[in-house]
Design a protein around this ligand. Structure first.
Ligand code: SAM
Length: 291
């Protein structure tokens, strides 16, 4: 029997008198087939270290510990620490760290892996209320994670993996795809969790690119241009740019030149632009003094 078997999960929750905290996004997986599929998607072996965010009572952690070299699991809820010590007592390759992942000094923690040289993958059933901040925190930590295989709200997984000219495409797609490839591996129905969330979920697999997708002169400005181009999704790029940079004749003249240089029509909408288009646009704007 596994921790994630429904009857085992129920028994653990009862034995420890655990009550769910909605504010921590606590929806525990009770489907061992899905857990096996997550581990298969992550292509784990004993030469890979894993960081897990939010182990809960250890449903996924158990599968990770069986399949990876070592697991470091960050859990914010201190009530879960003694429960995890109980449910994972048979494993000597799991470390539970009772910290908020958004505040954790990951660079320092990963030095504590027994073999810090191994590639690190992030595998997690994320707390949905902070999916995007967690991903950006991990990506921006500059730790060379080789892969993320993470469960999130399906709608967010669709946005991250979206391509231009779709409704889901936006600055989040660009922020992630700049660094990583992103593909929905499979969809998970809400019925396999206790308690059931009110949205469906998806497993998103993101693999770090050896280099960012495009070369840009100033990354922060590139992300800013991507964000501002979607401020009003239904407006043209021109309207979003003048909304941010101003509408004086002098600004409009420089904007026109930048768009010409980048070979982009002012009448397009942000959602029509590829990541390469945004790179050319932000470099041209930068060259004309817009940063
Ligand atoms: N991995 C378990 C499973 O699949 O059954 C639980 C997943 S549950 C969706 C999310 C977990 O993240 C909960 O255990 C919650 O307490 C934890 N959590 C929420 N916010 C967190 C944070 N900022 N840092 C670390 N863990 C967090």
């Amino acid at each position: 029997m596994k921790i994630a078997d429904y009857s085992v999960t129920r028994a653990i929750l009862e034995r420890h008198g655990f009550t769910f905290k909605k504010s921590f996004g606590q929806n525990f997986l009770t489907d061992t087939n899905i857990l096996q599929k997550i581990v298969d998607t992550a292509e784990l072996d004993k030469e890979v270290n894993v960081i897990e965010i939010g182990p809960g009572i250890g449903a996924l952690t158990e599968f990770l510990a069986e399949n990876a070299a070592e697991v470091m699991a960050f859990e914010i809820d201190d009530r879960l620490v003694p429960i995890l010590a109980d449910t994972l007592r048979d494993f000597d390759n799991v470390t539970v760290i009772n910290e908020d992942i958004l505040k954790a000094d990951l660079q320092a923690h990963i030095q504590n892996f027994k073999n810090p040289e191994l590639p690190i993958k992030v595998v997690a059933n994320l707390p949905y209320y902070i999916t995007t901040p967690i991903l950006m925190h991990l990506i921006e930590s500059k730790i060379p994670f080789s892969e993320f295989v993470v469960m999130m709200q399906k709608e967010v997984a669709d946005r991250i993996s979206a391509q231009p000219n779709t409704k889901a495409y936006g600055s989040l797609s660009i922020a992630v795809q700049y660094y990583m490839t992103a593909k929905v591996a499979f969809v998970v129905p809400r019925t396999v969790f206790v308690p059931a969330p009110n949205v469906d979920s998806a497993i998103l697999k993101m693999v770090r690119r050896s280099e960012p997708l495009v070369a840009v002169k100033d990354e922060d400005f590139f992300f800013k241009v991507a964000r501002l181009s979607f401020v009003h999704r239904r407006k043209t790029l021109w309207n979003n740019l003048t909304g941010t940079f101003g509408k004086s004749e002098e600004v409009k003249e420089r904007l026109t030149r930048a768009l010409e240089q980048a070979d982009i029509k002012p009448s397009v909408r942000g959602e029509a632009l590829s990541i390469a288009d945004f790179a050319r646009l932000s470099d041209a704007l930068l060259a004309l003094g817009f940063a």
